[in-house]
Design a binder for this molecule. Structure first.
Ligand code: NIG
Ligand code: FE
Length: 433
């Protein structure tokens, strides 16, 4: 006879959208369910009527019929940066293009200048404000890239700031070294020399300091050629680091196939990806990370090959791409709506894109992204009638509470932390662990 379980937390009077890959219907719905957590993990879930006899918990929560989903995952962000590019937004409304601004020394280079000048405190403070918005929407895992330093010191500083955010706030942070984001000013017309620096110094240092979980690059005519990206990827793989790629965002340079050839976790953007690229991603198991915020903000008209991804069962994740140039967005819920409205994803596909598939894009599929026994107790509790409402509403935030690694935070504290009316310093303090 096994003793009746005694858990830390038990959620009752709750509906579950498990997003479990093995479920027979899209959301993995369990109505009138229960979910228990213990020592930071999911310990039990199922219909309430199947709860083991005599089961007890230190804390029981009546969810009053609300819905539990896995905590949301934002698998592609440039959260840490200095300055703002509202001036470029205005210039684009006056007729300038994203590419022409970049070619004239603005764009990524403008943010690099601001980021190099910013103190660690300033970078941390601004990133925390953005992070608070995401956490207040139920995000419990986030990827954060470097890529606005483009020199050894600043690239490492950005990664350190990102790591610190994960230690201070209730969110799992995965860091990505994106030193090959643009050719820095001081290397103008010497892109290959800059790639030498990336491969010989920046990647090895970041790896030695354990600051990067993965390596990313921007393969584009305003950034790096496929040959240069290959050098970056070979170096990353030699250091045992996972790779991913900003691929085929503005033109088709064969980025998706290149990423697939290196077994990339994900290829991201993908508006100009060819059928060959889709097939290569399917064969390598590379996740397609779609970024409707950048598509929207740059007024792109070419859609990613979504039917191709569906036909070949390439998992599609979606993310904010939070960055000052192409997607100044701190709402993953808005991105859910955009994925449906602009990309025609179904609400179930979009929700899988910020849970199960986003986890896989970060190499975290065995830890987060589904409600399953043994996975991290990362949960979001929503005041909705059905999970499809998370994609339907524009500008609403029905989050009631979130749980990260078993620790509960209620909506009030999360919401206040993102309300700019109150002194953010004090609120940031309250959000800290
Ligand atoms: O994901 N495509 C390259 N990088 C970012 C934008 C960078 C910027 O404009 O600052 C993106 O769209
Ligand atoms: Fe990006």
């Amino acid at each position: 006879v096994t003793a009746a379980p005694h858990w830390d937390d038990l959620w009752l009077n709750v509906n579950l959208a498990t997003m479990d890959a093995s479920a027979t219907q899209p959301y993995g719905i369990v109505e009138d369910g229960a979910l228990a957590t213990h020592k930071g993990r999911i310990a039990w879930l199922g219909p309430k009527k199947d709860l083991p006899a005599g089961a007890r918990a230190t804390r029981s929560h009546d969810a009053h019929g609300a819905w539990l989903t896995p905590g949301l995952i934002d698998c592609h962000t440039h959260l840490v940066y200095g300055g703002s590019r509202a001036n470029e937004f205005e210039a684009r409304l006056d007729g300038a293009s994203y590419e022409s601004i970049a070619q004239a020394g603005g764009g990524i280079r403008a943010t690099v200048r601001a980021t190099r000048l910013a103190s660690d405190e300033a970078l941390t403070f601004r990133a925390t404000e953005r992070l608070a918005d995401l956490i207040a929407e139920g995000v419990t895992t986030i990827e954060i890239k470097s890529g606005y330093g483009l020199d050894l010191a600043t690239e490492l500083r950005m990664l350190e700031v990102a790591r610190q955010l994960g230690l201070r706030y209730p969110v799992t942070v995965m860091t990505t070294l994106l030193a090959a984001h643009a050719v820095p000013e001081e290397f103008t017309n010497r892109a290959d020399d800059y790639i030498d620096l990336v491969c010989n110094e920046i990647i090895p240092r970041a790896d030695a300091l354990k600051l990067a979980d993965a390596v990313d690059a921007f393969c584009e005519h305003i950034a790096f050629t496929p040959t240069q990206v290959e050098r970056v990827f070979r170096t990353a793989r030699a250091h045992g680091l996972a790779v991913k790629l900003h691929a085929d965002q503005l033109s088709d340079l064969g980025g998706a196939a290149l990423a697939a050839r290196f077994g990339a976790l994900s290829a991201d953007h993908l508006e100009y990806t060819s059928e060959r690229g889709v097939a290569a991603m399917a064969a390598s198991g590379t996740v397609a990370v779609l970024l409707p915020g950048a598509f929207y903000f740059l007024r792109e008209s070419r859609l990613p090959p979504i039917d191709g991804f569906r036909a070949r069962s390439v998992p599609m994740a979606i993310a904010t791409d939070c960055n000052p140039g192409s997607s100044p967005c701190t709402s993953l819920l808005l991105i859910l709506n955009m994925a449906c409205t602009l990309f025609r994803l179904t609400p179930a596909e979009a929700l899988a894109g910020v849970t199960r598939h986003a986890a896989r894009a970060l190499g975290l599929a065995t830890r987060v992204g589904q409600l399953r026994v043994g996975l991290d107790a990362d949960l979001a509790l929503w005041d909705v009638e059905h999970p499809r409402e998370l994609c339907y509403a524009i500008g609403a935030n029905p989050l009631i509470a979130s749980v990260h690694a078993g620790a509960l935070r209620e909506r009030d504290i999360l919401r206040q932390a993102s309300a700019k009316r109150v002194d953010s310093r004090e609120l940031i303090g309250r959000l800290q662990l």
